[in-house]
Ligand binder design. Structure first.
Ligand code: HEC
Length: 433
């Protein structure tokens, strides 16, 4: 018996590293871990089901928090950190996980408020310590029926500003995150045309309305294209890099809503942070694979017969030196594995993203810590595996059915969005944090 106690004691000393388990307190150790890694989603208005802000919020769920952190289920982070580490990585260290475990199993001591390393009053999380300079939202909130169906709706948000604006950060906003499956938005420069004459929204769920058909006339000058998916954060750029918000135009916001059992109201839009310094280098968002020009080069031809597991690949040549800021892999419910890397002309490879266990609910735009140079003549290689069998618990068709390439959740996609700039000397040293 005494031996067991001694071993347990040694073990807990070993795991905790920094001294006795009882020394681990909320103020000194746990609050900073929670506020940095959990609170951005676990607070009112965000995606998670309950807040993790105050001592009480966390202490009453301590054993559940111990369990989900030890299993690395929370915070959700899907890319393999051994392949690439990103600036926006959400991952606890082994030491942080054992600190939580020790705290949870030793009566969750609160400690001294004087030890608090962070301010405790969590300020909702953007990278800027100031409110946005521009908020543009739908004219009125939209009533979604609880009809257990997917809905696809394009909202038009026209705007006229005093002047154009240099953008250094942009974020999708909504008052009802949990109903949104994903959102895309484009900002179109429409200097002359009437931006008020068409409807404020088009529902293309049931009618065979072609994607954007009603608004196609605006799309000649897309200034920016962005998106939000559950778990995703905002986009921001280093100095002199970004895009320009035109003086007059429209935002076309496409929202895909997940099936709902009861009616809900939603009001969404975007918010923008601007900068006085010139934007001398404009970013380019580009899709590779489904929904882009390179779609037809996917090998083999992209479709998924029932009862198959199949891997596809795509090679896209890069014609000039480019600097890569972000990557955003995208598949739907049959997706299993996603990997992308660049092969340089000298055959060296640059790892871009590897998601060994794809999870549709946790997609994200991944930021490189510093810009990555993709030299002229490189090939971006993408490979993705899909499981259209009954063994895939997320398969939307039971029994499995033929699945083609398209935007709907029940169809499939193989897309890598890359955000790049023409390369300039020294870009490798510019931090994106
Ligand atoms: C990117 C957003 C996000 C972050 C960051 C995040 N969570 Fe969550 N969390 C969620 C969402 C959404 C759910 C509910 C859906 C689910 O369980 O997958 C959830 C569920 C949970 C649950 C309930 C799990 C269950 O089995 O019901 C716990 C406990 C939890 N989170 C703790 C944490 C802790 C602790 C952290 C930080 C170490 C954290 N979360 C970070 C979004 C997040």
């Amino acid at each position: 018996m005494r031996v067991v106690v001694a071993i347990t004691l040694m073990l807990s000393l070993f795991i905790c590293g920094k001294g006795r388990a009882q020394d681990i307190t909320w103020y000194k150790h746990i609050a900073p871990i929670i506020h940095n890694n959990c609170t951005p989603c676990h607070r009112t208005g965000e995606a998670a089901p309950f807040p993790l802000v105050t001592y009480e919020d966390v202490a009453k769920r301590a054993s559940m928090i111990q369990r989900v952190t030890e299993a690395r289920y929370m915070p959700p982070w899907k890319p393999d950190s051994h392949y690439v580490q990103y600036a926006n990585e959400r991952r606890l260290s082994d030491e942080e996980i054992s600190m939580i475990a020790n705290w949870a199993t030793h009566d969750m001591p609160k400690g001294n408020a004087g030890d608090a390393k962070d301010k405790q009053n969590f300020v909702p999380g953007t990278v800027y310590n100031r409110p946005p300079d521009l908020v543009l939202k739908m004219k009125e909130s939209y009533r979604l029926e609880g009809d257990n169906q997917d809905h696809y709706i394009v909202y038009k948000i026209p705007f006229e500003l005093a002047d154009s604006m240099n953008v250094e950060g942009v974020e999708f906003i909504t008052n009802n995150r949990k109903v949104i499956h994903h959102a895309n938005y484009e900002i179109d420069d429409v200097p002359g045309m009437d931006i008020y004459n068409t409807a404020d929204f088009v529902d293309y769920t049931n009618e065979k309305v072609k994607y954007f058909e009603n608004y196609v006339s605006y799309r000649k000058r897309i200034m920016y294209f962005g998106g939000w998916i559950p778990g995703a954060s905002m986009e921001s750029y280093p100095e002199h890099i970004g895009w320009v918000m035109p003086k007059r135009g429209v935002i076309l916001l496409t929202v895909h809503y997940a099936p709902l059992g009861k009616a809900e109201d939603v009001l969404s839009g975007i918010q923008i942070w601007t900068t006085k310094s010139n934007i001398t280098r404009r970013i380019k968002n580009e899709s590779l694979g489904s929904g882009s020009e390179s779609q037809k080069q996917i090998q083999p031809f992209f479709y998924l017969p029932p009862d198959v597991v199949r891997t596809f690949s795509l090679d896209v040549k890069i014609e000039e030196d480019r600097s890569l800021l972000y990557v955003w892999p995208h598949m739907h419910l049959l997706g299993q594995v996603f990997k992308a890397y660049a092969i340089k002309p000298d055959k060296d490879t640059i790892p871009l993203v590897y998601i060994p266990v794809w999870d549709f609910n946790w997609q994200e735009i991944y930021w490189f810590p510093k810009m990555v140079k993709i030299p002229k003549g490189s090939t971006i290689h993408i490979e993705a595996t899909y499981d259209n069998t009954i063994n895939n618990p997320y398969n939307p068709n039971l029994p499995p059915a033929l699945v083609m390439e398209n935007m709907n959740t029940k169809d499939e996609m193989m897309t890598l969005v890359i955000v790049t700039l023409p390369y300039k000397d020294g870009d490798e040293n510019i931090s994106l944090k």
